[in-house]
Structure formats: C-alpha cells, structure tokens
Design a protein around this ligand. Sequence first.
Ligand code: CAA
Length: 388
Amino acid sequence: MSVIEYTTPSFDLSEEVLLLRDAVREIGEREILPTAAKRDHDHAFPAEIMKKLAEAELMGMLIPEAYGGTAIGNLALSVVLEEINYFDASVGVTLSVHNSLCASPISRFGSHDQKSRYLPRLAKGELLGAYALTEPDAGSDSANLRLKAEKRSDRWVLNGTKIWITSGDRAGLMVVFARTDSAAPKAKGISAFIVETGWKGFKVGKVEEKCGLRSSSTVEIHCEDLEVPDENLLGELNGGFKVAMDTLDGGRIGIASQSLGIHRACLDASIKYAKERQQFGQPIAEFQAIQWKIADMATDLDAARMLTHRAAVMRDRAVPCSREAAMAKSFASRACNRAADEAVQIHGGAGYTKDFPVERFFRDARITEIYEGVTDIQRLVIARSLLK
Ligand code: CAA
C-alpha cells in the first residue's frame, strides 16, 4: 500500500462563498486596483483599504461568531485572498497575516478570557494582527530562537529581537514566540505570548525596503524589558513551538492563495497583451510560442488552486494537513513565479517597465517562495511526512 493516501475531499464552493468572492472582487476593482501601483511606488501602507476590508467583515474569517468573527473558514479565506492578491499582494499579505497568523492561533489556542479580550477587536479591525517568530539566527531553523522570556512574579519579561515582521509597525497585537526554558532542547523550551504593541518596551527597529510587496510593512522588533502579564501566555508553557507550527500550516495555505492571486493576474495581463500586441502583421497571441506559455500558465494555476483548496478544506475539517499545506505552498508559489516570469517575457521590454503591471507582479511573486517557510522547508515537511 502506498504511504500516501489519495486525499480528495470535495471542495465545491458554496453559494455563500461565491457571493463573498464576487463582493470582494468588486471591492478589489473599486477600492484596491486604482491605487495599487501608486502605493507600490510610494511604499504607502494601505491603512484606508484595511478599514474597508474590516467593514466587509474580512478580518475575522477564522474567528468564532461568539467572539465577533464570521468563522467562515479557511476555504473561504483562500478564495478571498486569491481575489485580494489579484489586485494587490501587499494588501493580500497584510490580510493573510492578520487572519491566519494572529487571529487564528488566538482562536485555536487562546483561553476564553484571551479570546474575549482580543478577538472581537481583531474581527472589527480595531487591532491589526502580526506574528513574530523569526530572529537573526532563527530563520528556517525557527526552533533556534533566542528572544528570552523570564518569569517575574505574575509577569514575563521579554528581551530580544525579531526580524521580518509583517505589519510589525502597524499592528496593535502580536503573537510573539520566546524562549521560556533555556535548559530544554530547542523546540521544547519555547512559549507563545499575546503582546499588545502599545506596551512599554515594545520597539520598532529597522523598516525594510523590499524588492516587492512595497506597500506592506516589514520591520525589525525589539523587546526591551517588555512586561507581559501571565494571563497573556498563549497555549501551554513551553508548548509554543507547536502553536507556531500549527499556525504556519494555516499561514502557508494563505501564501499559496496569495500565489494564486498573483498568478491569475499574470495570466490575465498576458492574455490581454498577447491579443493587443501586433508583430509580424498579427497579434502575438497567434504565435504558438505564446499560446504554449498561456496554456502552461493556466494549467499550473488550476493545479495550484486544487492543491490549495484541498489543504484549506482539510484544515476546516480539522484533519491534519501539514503536508498538504506544504504541497500547496511549494507548488503554488513556484507556479506563480514561473507565471510571473513568463508574463514579463510575453510583454517583452514593456513588461520590464512600470507602464504595465506585470513588473509589479514579478517583484511581488518572489517572496511567496520565501516567507512562511522557504520552498526547501516545504519539501522537507513533505519528505519527512513520507519517510518517517
Ligand atoms: N503542528 C503541530 N506541531 C508540530 C508541527 C505542526 N505542523 N510541526 C512540528 N510540530 C512539532 C513536532 O511534532 C515536534 O514535537 P514533539 O517533539 O513533541 O514530537 C516539535 O514540533 C518539533 O518539530 P520538529 O522536530 O519537526 O522541529 P524542527 O526544529 O526540525 O523544525 C521545521 C521543523 C519544519 C524546519 C520548522 O522549523 C519550520 O517550519 N521552519 C520554517 C520556519 C518558517 O516557516 N518561518 C516563517 C516565519 S513566519 C513569516 O514568514 C510570517 C510573515 O510575517 C509573513
């Protein structure tokens, strides 16, 4: 018998999700697309757009209704993220991190008190969420993290640095992973904390200037004697690595969905350009070399979407999906980068300029293979699950 079962849950989109998709598409066309290129140029954070997304109830998609969310789930979130990223991947990552890396772990691991205090505000968009795992010496090897949390009576005192934190200077709330037992083996001495960024000792450091996703913010965070009350320990003491990894299973479905959105934008732009652009007396769409590129881009997109929706449905059904999320992310992100590369190629010199959006898609696509676990880490997760 094969070690890998044939897992194909049905993932037809419900009427509710289709209506949501259409509504989000309308928001994207009206509110996001017209200013996307300018925001990218100006490195301008999409604060106003995030408010609109909150009004559209997109900030609490993984939050239970009892705590103010819609609890519509990971499949719906994937569909929404594909739409948003189609228009602007900077807005897309901000929304994805908020839902899947901050609201989700609090919903899944938080106490009733933590959920009551924070989830309604996250759902309303009063607080933007972030997730702080990575450190200078803990990138792919996240269990090597050093940011220290020391217990002093009824509170924890955090000291150390986090890097590459999406929305770190905009967020009101952050799930921060810290070492609470230095004697324990790497992953066994880590705990998760819910940190309000307004607390004393929370400092924003270097603001990264990035190749793509230029209107999302990515910053360094310093915790300098940052005091966190004991009641903000998220999950079990020294059980934080599992919180981090479980959260990333969901986050990776989000980044796979982001890849779908950028990919589809590349495909649509390429089809449009290929029909308009004339060379050798005919639209370049008439040439087989262009047709094959378009055909491969479309086939890859469908395959990537099926993998992504499968992982999302499994997560919604509480079926373990680390492998499937890793498959979705590694396949969708690489397919997206191939599509972005081909989209620029189809546009020729025009695609290398700011006159056409594929230049932005090309820059934005690159990160999908890097954050929330580089492609080789996804392959490691897949391979370990097969070889154990
Ligand atoms: N769910 C629950 N628990 C999990 C898990 C999961 N998906 N994966 C692993 N664990 C548990 C294991 O079962 C193990 O527990 P036990 O010892 O009790 O069995 C424990 O966690 C340690 O697991 P590993 O031995 O597999 O740990 P490792 O040190 O070998 O690391 C890794 C595994 C897959 C390489 C992991 O470190 C990893 O995913 N690295 C990449 C980090 C990453 O994705 N960073 C992204 C940063 S966030 C970001 O980019 C956000 C942003 O702002 C956009």
